[in-house]
Design a binder for this molecule. Structure first.
Ligand SMILES: N[C@@H](CCC(=O)N[C@@H](CSC=O)C(=O)NCC(=O)O)C(=O)O
Length: 284
């Protein structure tokens, strides 16, 4: 596997880098970003937090707007931010030109329907191909955490719930909690997975949580001034599933916050500490 370094900036004593590579899972070239904290140069194998961004994002939104680098440098956590879908001229996008399906909207699932199934396999990319590449290319351990925002917050929950034992920590900002029942999810699932709704449950965080066997503690922050809260996100559904199955969930409703990266930047430190604790880093 060849990695092409396309940019490099020093940040808080560590390095923000972007790489291009060929993905055999997605059948296209992909770009991801990685933040390597200063401890990486001391020969210590560091844990990795995977960050999954939301609709319309690339690898750049989180790295430029969340302000995570200072704490990641302090805690000694590598952060990897993949793109949000397969990309390129050979990858079909939304035939209607929308931003909530196709390019920038891979939903971190494995599509089963033509023509999407040939490229849209973001779950396998994020859970398997990318970590294998990261673990072979950088001095990191196999201790993994996963987090994300909105579509990516849902993606993080689903990756953790579908793969018990693979992640030591999980959290989310304003995740889509029950995509089977909201417009963003219905549009994406009906095309990627087909019209048979029973097939959707395997990619819905609330449905998966109801049947989870691993009790990985979940941290979620949700702004109460989020324009998508009622129509698209539905945290109460996940909360009810967690309650019914006694799954550990801390869902914090944050007064006055919206859906933006201003909200994420306000609470990213708490999430990094949540992950650091589970990933065996010392947290003061
Ligand atoms: N492009 C759209 C706005 C889409 C949007 O709000 N995207 C959110 C994630 S929404 C759920 O997945 C986002 O993270 N945007 C990027 C950012 O940097 O804020 C439009 O133009 O309306």
């Amino acid at each position: 596997m060849t990695l092409e370094n396309i940019s490099c900036q020093k940040s808080f004593g560590g390095w923000h880098k972007r790489y291009r590579h060929r993905s055999s899972t997605l059948n296209c070239d992909m770009v991801f970003a990685v933040y390597l904290p200063p401890q990486i140069e001391q020969g210590e194998k560091l844990p990795v937090l995977y960050w999954l961004s939301g609709l319309s994002c690339t690898d750049e939104n989180f790295m430029q707007k969340a302000g995570a680098q200072r704490m990641a440098a302090e805690l000694g956590i590598v952060i990897v931010a993949p793109d949000t879908s397969p990309r390129g001229a050979e990858v079909p996008g939304d035939p209607d030109g929308g931003w909530d399906f196709g390019h920038g909207a891979g939903f971190y699932l494995n599509a089963t329907q033509a023509p999407w199934a040939q490229h849209y396999r973001m779950h396998d990319y994020v859970v398997h191909e990318l970590p294998a590449l990261i673990e072979a290319s950088f001095p990191v351990s196999e201790q993994r955490g996963i987090s994300g925002h909105s579509m990516g917050g849902h993606g993080a929950l689903v990756c953790a719930l579908r793969n018990p034992g693979r992640y030591r920590s999980v959290s989310a900002f304003a995740p889509i909690c029950n995509p089977m029942t909201v417009p963003w999810g219905e549009k994406a699932f009906s095309r990627y997975l087909g019209e048979e709704r029973s097939q959707w449950r395997a990619w819905d965080a609330s449905a998966l949580l109801a049947e989870a066997t691993e009790r990985l503690s979940i941290l979620i922050d949700q702004g109460d001034r989020d324009d998508f809260l009622i129509t698209q996100l539905k945290p109460e559904t996940l909360e009810a599933a967690a309650k019914a199955s006694s799954h550990p969930l801390t869902l914090r409703r944050q007064a006055g916050y919206d859906h933006s990266y201003y909200f994420i930047a306000s609470f990213i430190e708490d999430h990094l500490r949540h992950h650091a604790l589970a990933l065996g880093r010392s947290v003061d």
